[in-house]
Design a binder for this molecule. Structure first.
Ligand SMILES: *[C@@H]1O[C@H](CO)[C@@H](O)[C@H](O)[C@H]1NC(C)=O
Ligand SMILES: *[C@@H]1O[C@H](CO)[C@@H](O)[C@H](O)[C@H]1NC(C)=O
Length: 118
């Protein structure tokens, strides 16, 4: 029997101008597409996507910018989590071929490019 996969995603930034569509239900095997956008200026072209599974710590999946390739962390790959970043203000992350164990919280964070060391 097909199971449902629940994906909750939250877009974070230092303002309240980041849009969100917090909850998605998809049937196992389908993909869950999360998109995040902001209205900050174009220097905020970096977007981080994080995953937090129940009972686990938050993990960085991928760091994206408008100039791919996106940087995937160990344990995550671009076939499972295809990311898109067409312009500075928007970005998306897909959970491809979702499984019940992909159910959890996903976070998107936007950051500004800085030449200074963080
Ligand atoms: C996910 O949604 C965003 C925004 O609507 C879109 O740009 C992107 O192409 C979608 N990705 C997939 C894999 O459908
Ligand atoms: C989704 O995953 C399948 C394998 O499960 C792979 O063949 C396909 O290329 C993936 N899609 C993307 C957009 O990476």
């Amino acid at each position: 029997m097909e199971q449902l996969v629940q994906v909750i995603y939250i877009c974070l930034s230092d303002g309240s101008d980041v849009n969100q569509t917090p909850l998605l239900w998809v049937i196992e095997g389908q993909s869950a597409n999360m998109s995040c956008s902001h209205t900050k200026d174009a220097t905020y072209f970096q977007m981080y996507w994080y995953q937090q599974l129940p009972g686990q710590n938050m993990k960085l999946i991928v760091f994206t910018t408008t100039t791919p390739p996106h940087k995937y962390e160990q344990g995550f790959d671009k076939e499972k989590f295809p990311a898109k970043k067409k312009d500075a203000q928007t970005g998306s992350l897909t959970v491809n071929n979702s499984k019940p164990e992909d159910s959890g919280l996903y976070f998107c964070a936007v950051s500004k490019h800085s030449d200074a060391a963080d």
